[in-house]
Design a protein around this ligand. Structure first.
Ligand code: AHG
Ligand code: MN
Ligand code: MN
Length: 283
């Protein structure tokens, strides 16, 4: 597993360099979710594929930017599901973007997610890694080195509210719930990139990030294998919760297709318990 984490560190440096130096325009293709691809989406995907292709413990890759599963080594142990460049619509306005990695052993289910990692490309490069044991570990790059900053723990209750999805398409009880949080003093923090938005909530002690099912997208927008479940593991290991709109753990999901999405809610315990009540999941 350490080999995988070390490879992610070298990938982070290469993608950061590409973001800083390469063409920020669109390619002439779309991905499996029908989204237009930036040249940087394609390049980041290529960097990751090249980095893992000779690592024999990696059985296969599943990417936001590829249709199916790319088999690398039949006898490999892990399948790595990744979003090479998350928040790529923010590239042209120079906001933070990220990469997300879910490391699965066996079938691609939440239960088989054994570790996850994400990289934030901001003013500095940061990396968060977690396994099923212990708290997430927070690193910051200095030159080519990643220095450990420390373990990350969520407090029981936070102050930040990051509500995703087009408000016009929220159902009434979701809108009431989000409005109630603001009425309690929560502050809006939403950049439109789940990596920096969820990273901020993790490092500032807590709050809620929601991406609900909406009238136009009943199953939400965020993809289970390489967006939702890697962050679910981070939030649970940090002492928080990560649930669906039905109240079950996101880590109990089994996608039918690599690009399946799910409504998702990540937060510290107070906000998630409040959400369960608002959604009628708990009396
Ligand atoms: P990507 O750039 O990989 O397609 O993902 C963008 C995602 C996620 O980062 C973010 O939280 C969400 O899309 C934002 O969606 P809205 O613009 O609907 O808020
Ligand atoms: Mn994404
Ligand atoms: Mn992406």
């Amino acid at each position: 597993m350490q080999t995988v984490f070390n490879t992610i560190k070298s990938i982070a440096l290469k993608i950061d360099h590409a973001i800083k130096t390469e063409d920020l325009g669109y390619s002439d293709s779309a991905n499996s979710s029908g989204e237009e691809q930036l040249k940087l989406d394609v390049k980041s995907d290529y960097i990751i594929e090249q980095a893992f292709k000779d690592i024999s413990i990696v059985k296969a890759l599943v990417s936001e930017e590829k249709e199916g599963v790319l088999l690398l080594h039949e006898k490999g142990k892990y399948t790595i599901c990744y979003d090479p460049l998350d928040g790529s619509s923010l590239v042209d306005v120079n906001l933070s973007v990220g990469s997300i990695f879910g490391i699965y052993e066996g079938e691609l289910t939440g239960e088989n997610l054994v570790a996850s990692a994400y990289v934030v490309y901001g003013p500095r490069i940061e990396l968060m890694i977690t396994t099923r044991h212990g708290k997430p570990l927070h690193y910051r790059a200095q030159g080519e080195e990643f220095n450990l900053i420390g373990e990350v723990s969520l407090q029981g209750k936070g102050k930040l509210n990051a509500p995703g999805g087009t408000q016009q398409n929220w159902c009434d009880y979701h809108k009431t719930f989000i409005d109630d949080l603001f009425a309690q003093g929560y502050r809006l923090r939403y950049s439109g990139g789940m990596v920096p938005d969820l990273h901020q909530i993790l490092l500032k002690g807590g709050g809620l990030f929601s991406y609900p099912g909406t009238f136009d997208k009943p199953e939400g927008k965020l993809r289970q294998l390489f967006e939702v479940m890697p962050f679910a593991l981070m939030y649970e290991q940090a002492g928080g919760q990560a649930i669906t709109n039905k109240g079950s753990r996101l880590l109990e999901l089994t996608p039918k297709h690599p690009h399946d999405t799910s409504p998702c809610f990540f937060g510290s315990n107070f906000e998630i318990e409040a959400l369960k009540i608002a959604y009628g999941i708990k009396a």
